[in-house]
Design a protein around this ligand. Structure first.
Ligand SMILES: CC(C)(COP(=O)(O)OP(=O)(O)OC[C@H]1O[C@@H](n2cnc3c(N)ncnc32)[C@H](O)[C@@H]1OP(=O)(O)O)[C@@H](O)C(=O)NCCC(=O)NCCS
Length: 227
């Protein structure tokens, strides 16, 4: 019986540790190389320290503290512990340089569907394309759009068809990336997260603008491969 349990754990761990190689082509913050070959994988509790360190670097570099709401270690622990969520990171030379979270809300207390007046039935189809942050030295690779695409696919594949998110109205970079990824503002200027101004957006796929999705990418998609 114990063996069965160990087998299951082993499988879970293997799934979580599946890694992909991803090559970043631009502005890598490296002095002697323009490209950075990185590793993309699901994050584990053992990555918590790196997540908090990266978040600290992000907050330090913010021109305006209202742009991004930093979270606690407990929040990240609960996000990683919930197997429905997709918590991913990109590492360069073992250092976390980008973080992405798709959250499946398990409580109405923070389901954004409540804010936009969804029916009880629809609330169970909601996924949040939640936090994303990229080390300032590795920006310019359109990683937010890259992660949005992954999270949309993951949510849809798992039966979560209503994909919502929030953004600070003054976060021009994030708003731009969300719009270009097919998100539309449903409810502007609401107060969230204990007093912060946010737009609520929903993913509404763009059918015609295929050129948007085919735009030049700083991530070399041909070089993204599962290891
Ligand atoms: C938002 C964030 C993740 C974007 O990082 P990124 O994916 O590396 O973004 P890039 O630098 O590749 O830029 C992508 C696009 O945003 C635009 N952009 C970047 N910074 C910008 C700014 N300050 N103002 C306006 N547009 C900006 C770029 O011009 C580019 O647009 P284009 O493709 O139309 O030319 C990153 O800035 C970040 O980590 N910010 C702090 C945390 C945060 O705000 N997260 C979002 C809310 S959770």
């Amino acid at each position: 019986m114990q063996g069965g349990t160990i087998e299951w754990r082993k499988n879970t761990l293997e799934h979580q540790l599946k890694t992909e190689e991803i090559t970043l082509l631009r502005r890598t913050g490296l002095s002697n190389s323009k490209q950075a070959v990185c590793t993309l994988r699901r994050l584990l509790l053992s990555d918590l320290h790196q997540i908090m360190q990266l978040q600290e670097r992000i907050v330090r570099a913010l021109p305006d503290k209202n742009l991004f709401y930093p979270d606690t270690a407990d929040f990240y622990i609960s996000m990683i512990n919930s197997s429905k969520n997709l918590v991913e990171g990109i590492f360069f030379n073992g250092k976390l340089i980008a973080f992405s979270l798709l959250l499946i809300p398990d409580s109405l207390d923070y389901n954004l569907g409540v804010d936009i007046g969804l029916s009880q039935e629809d609330l169970s189809s909601v996924a949040h394309a939640e936090m994303i942050f990229v080390d300032p030295a590795f920006r310019g690779n359109k990683l937010q759009r890259f992660f949005l695409k992954r999270r949309i696919e993951y949510a849809s594949d798992n039966g979560y068809f209503i994909i919502l998110t929030t953004v600070a109205p003054s976060n021009k970079a994030s708003l731009n990336n969300l719009r270009k990824s097919g998100f539309k503002i449903l409810k502007p200027n609401v107060i969230k997260y204990g007093g912060m101004l946010r737009h609520i957006l929903q993913y509404q796929p763009i059918i015609e603008k295929s050129s948007e999705t085919k735009q030049e990418s700083a991530v070399d998609c041909d070089k993204v491969r599962i290891l």
